[in-house]
Design a binder for this molecule. Structure first.
Ligand code: F6P
Length: 515
């Protein structure tokens, strides 16, 4: 239930989180107004406990075009919406974030597009986020910026507010330098990130890729997990050290475990199986409909297993949940067409009256329904071609308190580096993928239980609350407080002057926005 707006008690906060999206979705209240409903995403679950204990604000886009609403309180969080015009959504979000950066950061599974006007809009929007953070942060506050949409924000904030601690966390992979180097704006992106004190990544390899980009593209010196850097135009004695480390994100294990143990979810799981004709083996896939998730290879492997009569419906049934995503982007539209055509072909050939080979659902579901699906599925397919983490794998494990269920996991998902007891697959190797699926389907009950127990222990011990706390501790202890640079009054005056020039530039840039 959305809570009514409360008067804004404070406008400066000790902890400011910034992410592309706010943790709430705008919903029509039926009377021409807007209600705010908490979005089901993992990030809000992760951050809510740490934010509730502190004086905290969240800066983000409200998900709709046009003038953003005034800041408001919800569930003791101060939410500061950032406006994006329809054109900015097209150029900053769909364009630069999702058609330039997303493909480059995901192994160029589809070709990236480079457009200077997208880049300019990305800069404009990053400046707007930075201004909102600067206004919301109390003196000495902690600022935690999230993800690839906001890579310029750390340096923009630091320019104006050298008093705050700045962290950035990369939810997606950070690409090898050979791919990152394709970006015409690679230097600006690295310099943007180097405004932070601590940069968090999903895997050690991502942090190493970033440090390598610093060395190779900016000729910076790295030492262990740190890089030394002097921001352009700043006194050389203001040299800073930035740390880059791996802190893999997780899920709310306890919350999901508790939810999956409720009689309603257990009953719903049985009902789902019964609606599907009580298959002997229910195979499940749940992903955003994104080309990184490996839909094509998964369906190919499944179709071949049916063709070769290794499996057959209705004994084995596949339920494919494809969450609608980024539907204005061509590559996503094409993927949807292809997935739907393939499922149509498979069902045309291998279904029988009353029992489909593949059940396809192109919708989003509430948390409880997802938990019931996880609990109903004997085999869970998580087969991305590249994925920063993949929280679905961890959610599945968290829901399997019955120790039943087998996880097939791609070695290209960040989660694979932690979930060693899964049935591993390389989604590019269709034969190998088929073997992994069959290994999971045929695994004896005690083997499944042994694997699932170990997987659950890992996720329980490394849950999302631990992730958030570890991140904030790493940020607090990062060695990068700017050294007092001015050794005499003249130097101090110069730095002050340079700062106010940059502040004016930032102000000017944000004034250029049409609202
Ligand atoms: O994990 C990457 C990410 O882009 C997140 O930033 C976001 O929460 C999620 O995928 C969904 O993407 P979008 O906000 O584009 O719908």
């Amino acid at each position: 239930m959305p809570t009514p707006r409360q008067p804004v008690a404070a406008t400066r906060f000790d902890l400011v989180v910034a992410a592309n999206r706010l943790p709430v979705d705008a919903v029509d209240d039926g009377f021409g107004g807007t209600l705010w409903r908490r979005s089901p995403g993992g990030l809000v679950t992760a951050l809510e406990p740490v934010m509730r204990d502190r004086d905290a604000a969240w800066v983000g886009w409200a998900g709709v075009p046009g003038q953003a609403p005034e800041p408001f309180y919800q569930n003791r969080l101060w939410l500061r919406p950032v406006s994006l015009s329809a054109e900015e959504i097209e150029q900053y979000y769909e364009g630069f974030s999702n058609e330039t950066l997303w493909p480059i950061y995901h192994d160029v599974i589809v070709q990236a597009s480079f457009h200077r006007r997208w880049w300019n809009t990305y800069r404009t929007v990053n400046r707007r986020f930075a201004m909102a953070i600067v206004e919301a942060a109390a003196p000495g506050a902690t600022v935690w910026v999230h993800d690839y949409q906001l890579q310029l924000v750390p340096a923009l904030v630091r320019t104006v507010r050298p008093d705050v601690r700045i962290g950035w966390f990369d939810h997606i992979p950070f690409p090898p330098v050979e791919l990152f180097a394709q970006l015409p704006w690679r230097r600006e992106l690295v310099e943007g990130l180097l405004g932070a004190d601590f940069l968090g990544f999903q895997r050690a390899a991502d942090a190493e890729n970033f440090l390598r980009a610093c060395r190779r593209l900016l000729a910076l010196t790295t030492r262990g997990d740190t890089v030394s850097f002097t921001p352009p135009g700043i006194d050389p004695s203001a040299r800073r050290t930035v740390r880059a480390g791996a802190i893999p994100i997780s899920v709310d294990f306890k919350g999901l475990d508790t939810l999956a143990r409720t009689p309603q979810v257990i009953a719903r799981a049985a009902e789902i199986r019964s609606c599907l004709g009580n298959p002997k083996i229910l195979v499940l896939g749940v992903d955003r409909l994104d080309y990184t998730k490996g839909f094509r290879s998964r369906l190919r492997a499944y179709e071949e297993l049916l063709r070769e009569k290794v499996i057959s419906a209705p004994h084995v049934t596949l339920m494919l949940v494809a969450l609608p995503s980024r539907e204005h982007i061509d590559a996503y539209r094409q993927l949807r067409e292809e997935v739907e055509a393939t499922i149509g072909r498979i069902n045309g050939q291998y279904s029988a009256v009353g029992s489909a080979a593949v059940y396809y659902l192109h919708q989003s579901y509430p948390r409880a329904e997802m938990a019931a699906m996880f609990l109903a599925a004997d085999v869970m397919l998580v087969t991305p071609l590249r994925d920063g983490m993949n929280l679905v794998a961890k959610e599945y494990v968290s829901c399997r308190h019955d120790l039943n269920g087998a996880l097939v996991l791609s070695e290209f998902a960040g989660a694979w580096h932690e979930l060693h007891e899964a049935f591993t697959c390389n989604p590019h190797d269709i034969e190998g993928l088929k073997q992994a699926i069959m290994g999971a389907i045929n695994s004896p009950r005690d083997e499944r239980a042994r694997r699932m127990k170990a997987l659950r222990k890992r996720v329980a011990d490394h849950d999302v609350q631990r992730w958030a706390n570890c991140y904030l501790e790493s940020l607090a202890s990062a060695p990068s407080k700017p050294r007092s640079s001015a050794s005499n009054r003249r130097q101090r005056r110069e730095i002050q002057r340079a700062r106010s020039v940059r502040l004016q530039a930032l102000d000017h840039a944000s004034e250029q926005v049409s609202y």
